[in-house]
Each structure stands twice: as structure tokens, then as C-alpha cells.
Design a protein around this ligand. Sequence first.
Ligand SMILES: Cc1cc2nc3c(=O)[nH]c(=O)nc-3n(C[C@H](O)[C@H](O)[C@H](O)COP(=O)(O)OP(=O)(O)OC[C@H]3O[C@@H](n4cnc5c(N)ncnc54)[C@H](O)[C@@H]3O)c2cc1C
Length: 300
Amino acid sequence: MLIRNMDSRNPVIFPSSEPSLSVEFFPPKSEKAAEQLLQAASELRALKPDFASITYGAGGSTRSRTLEYARRLQNDLGYNIMPHLTCVGHSRDELKAIIAEFKAAGLNQIMALRGDPPQNAEGFTPHPDGLTYANELVALIKEDYPECAVAVAGYPEKHPQAHDLETDLHNLKRKVDAGASFITTQLFFDNQVYFDFVDRCRAIGIEVPILPGLLTLTSLEQARRFCDMCDARLPEALEQQLADAGDDSAAVEAAGLDWLHAQARELLQNGAPGLHLYLLNRSGIALQLVERLKADGLLT
Ligand SMILES: Cc1cc2nc3c(=O)[nH]c(=O)nc-3n(C[C@H](O)[C@H](O)[C@H](O)COP(=O)(O)OP(=O)(O)OC[C@H]3O[C@@H](n4cnc5c(N)ncnc54)[C@H](O)[C@@H]3O)c2cc1C
């Protein structure tokens, strides 16, 4: 199984043949949340992540905050930042202006997304002068900044709105054909779905690295909520282990960490190009995970 496939088009993101490590932050909405983010980001520097991505809020709600925190994490803490950008609520011209702002801030890679409709809205309605699908956003970025590394989202268990996985994969290929240099996956708890997904991508000619996205989970309720949100399967064994830990939050975290460690180990042993951690602006679990993977000799 060839799942590594480093792409020479993105040396910034994948600087060596070692597995990459990256983390995802979201822009905080309060001062207290900002403190938590900055504290976590400061602690996570010890891991020397290859890059950190920062999400772009639904409906443009955290639009200026994405850029603000991208700048702070880059300039104050030395992170190599990949801001996310969604098409939601923006005209083509607005998107072009935001991309220009990212570039002016020295941000040389962008995660290009369609985005979800604002809460309570029915389905995704593009801006009248905007874009309908993420492949159009990839093309828009590449049009003005061909040197900009662009990442896109992949869904090992199918995008919730896609009719079937085959169609979804062909739509993923459109994003790669438009110039995306790697794919970050939606979270998953069962590695087999990732391995199958990679095989199916390779079979239709998607050759860029496919970075597995893993959640650092802290509660059963949270795991269920995320699985509901993105149509990911929560394996019975994991659900049982979290349920057995009951109300003891330390035991729940330990069970989550054990699962995550086993997942990460198997992924790296089978040639995944790296790990992308959805850590919800918290550092603890990621720090422990990396310590374990270093002890396993899987990360340096
Ligand atoms: C790694 C990752 C990061 C994310 N970050 C954010 C974030 O920062 N902010 C945020 O709001 N959301 C984020 N999301 C969620 C994402 O915005 C939603 O899943 C959204 O519904 C789809 O975005 P997309 O870019 O995958 O869309 P697309 O690739 O455009 O796909 C959307 C749907 O349309 C179909 N489709 C795609 N292209 C075509 C086409 N040309 N013709 C017909 N059908 C097509 C696809 O099969 C799919 O069902 C993230 C998701 C992931 C996996």
C-alpha cells in the first residue's frame, strides 16, 4: 500500500521524509478562550509542529479573528501557519481580497474549503457572486498565487451531503486537479476507513499526500457529538471504554489517549505522511501522545 507519496510541490509543509506533525486551532471568541489558546500554543511549541492550521468560522463569524490569530501565532510564537478559508457568504472579489491579506501577512499556505451554511440555514447557498464548491476556491487561489500551497478536506467516511463515496471521491479529485497539494482528512476513529480511503483515492489517480486528522478526545459526549456532526463512526469498543471510565474525567482522558496512541502508531507504521491533530485549543493530550510516539521511535 503506497500511502505516503510525498509531493515535491509542498516542501514548506512536508520539509523532510520524516512524518509531519501538525495541529489545528480555532480562533477564540472570548478573552478567557484566547488565553487558553495562547497558553496551549505556547506549550505545543515544544513539539516543533511542521505547521498549525487555524479554522475559519461558519458564516464568516470569525473572519477577522482567523487572520488576527494567524498573525499572532506566526509572529509571536514562530508557528508556520496555514489559515483556513471558506466560500460562505463571500463574493469572488472578497475572497480574492482575503487571500491577498493572507499573503501580505506572510502566510504561504491556505486550507481551501466550501464551508458549511450558517446555523439554522437550510443547505449551502453560494453568494450570488461567489463560489459553489471548494475546487473553485483552489483555482481562485492558484490563479493569483500559483506558488501558494493549498490543502483541501477529504472525507474517509464520505461528506455528509454527498450521494455516495464514489461521487465524493471524484469531487475530491477535482480539488486536487485544480492544484491542491495535499489532503487533510475529517476525523475518524477506525484506521481501516483511512486505509480504504487512501486506496480508493490512489485508484482514481489522486496522488498527493493524505494527512490523517485525529481528534484528541476528552469525553464520550464530545466523541458522540463530533461523530454526529461529521457522520464518522464511533467504534463500539471505544464507546465502551469511554463509558466504562464513567464520570472520572482523568480515566476518560486516559482511555481516549490510549485509543489515539494506538491509532497514531498504526497509521505511522503503515506509512501515513504524518498526523494532524484536532486538539480543540488544548495541549495536554497532544503532548502525551507525542511523548509516547517518540518512545515508540515513530517520531523524532
Ligand atoms: C480538514 C477540515 C477542515 C475544515 N475546516 C473548516 C473551517 O475552518 N471552517 C468551516 O466552516 N468548516 C470547516 N470544515 C468543514 C467543511 O467546511 C464542511 O465539511 C463543508 O460542508 C464542505 O467543505 P469542503 O471544502 O469539503 O467542500 P467541497 O469539496 O466543495 O464539497 C462539498 C460537497 O459538494 C460536493 N462537491 C464538491 N465539488 C463538487 C462539484 N464541483 N460539483 C458537484 N458536487 C461537488 C462534495 O462531494 C461534497 O458533498 C473543515 C473540514 C475538514 C475535513
